[in-house]
Ligand binder design. Sequence first.
Ligand SMILES: [Zn+2]
Length: 417
Amino acid sequence: MEKAKNIMNANNLTRMVWALAALLMSIAIILVVTRQTSSSNRDVSECVSVVAVESGDTLSGLLLEQGLTHNDVNVIAKVLKSDADIATLRADRDRLEFVRAHDTAPVSKIVVVPSPWRQVELTCGADGVWNCKTVDIERDTRAVYRSGEILDGDSFYLAGQRAGVPAGILVDVYDLLAFEMDFERDVRAGQKFWVVYEENFSEGKKIDNGRVLAVSFEALRGEVQMYRFRKSDGTTGYYDAEGNGAIKSLKRTPINNAKVTSSFSKKRKHPVLGFTRAHKGVDFRASTGTPIPAAGAGRVVARSYNRGHGNYVKIRHNGSYETLYAHMSKFAKGVNVGTTVRQGQTIGYVGSTGISTGPHLHYEIIKDGVHVNPMTVKLPAISNLGKDDKKKFIEYRQKLDDGIEQLKKRPELYIQL
Ligand SMILES: [Zn+2]
């Protein structure tokens, strides 16, 4: 009988990639050929058992199961804490590997894998002492380009999925664009968008997605563009094409993807009261119990009930802005008058308390004591660039744009970071 031959060499893929060389600052387009390599250099006689940490597992329990002594368990726990800063194992995330010289030999090496990018190796020396070493896995990050178009009856999510943008990246993109766009009224069939984001690889295998590097959306009011950029002080943020801070101190729509059911207006017929009066906020439809995130960082100045608003929270933000959230079914734990909240922190849950026809969030922005339209008010940026950083940003952005132009023509390529 003919022996099956190893023809795995046919699997050696060669790929052309565009490389973003050296620092993020200088984009040079380099032709790189990558080849998949087999990387197993483990001793074949070794016996390895892999244990995925499940809920209820403890480090000591797992070690004892593998035949380690109580003394070993204590030493290993101590070394892991002091040398690798690992005190507890996380269910559904961490993985342990136990290495033995052969089937029945005692464990001579333990590998703790707390992330795809980090391995902690514990080895037992001849003297019985456990040594700990942390190995950082080399990461190969690529910037990939995806583009799409809104079709009739589409949502941005659907169009993004069709364009091949992963769900996690889409959520981040939505969060970013929500600072500049009203998804309810700014999205129309025919609008085009693109996203550049990171994909992380290890030894040619994709491990996870990274961050959004740039995004563009043809909104009704014009093209919205945002670029991620690292300032000279090491902090990163998103900026528009001119280098103005894109992350605003407040969000126009606190709840992602919630439909606007009633807009801000100076005059409207109240659905319950029947007479005409101003609607000082925007209503977002959402089901009871949906968490309501704070639109911006600030301090809670009211957490109360009144006939009209039902349960409501009011937050004072830095500067002259206040926001109000009404009709809550309940308040979030720990949110009281005087509590400091961060942007996105849950302050309460959607409900229909007060004068309301059904579960929704009624959201108001008050600027210097006057109610303003959350959808159109010009909001202050959290961080702007200084003169030097702005100059660097513009250079970086122009080079990245050049790279993106290439990717528009050849979307199957990527930028090597
Ligand atoms: Zn309302």
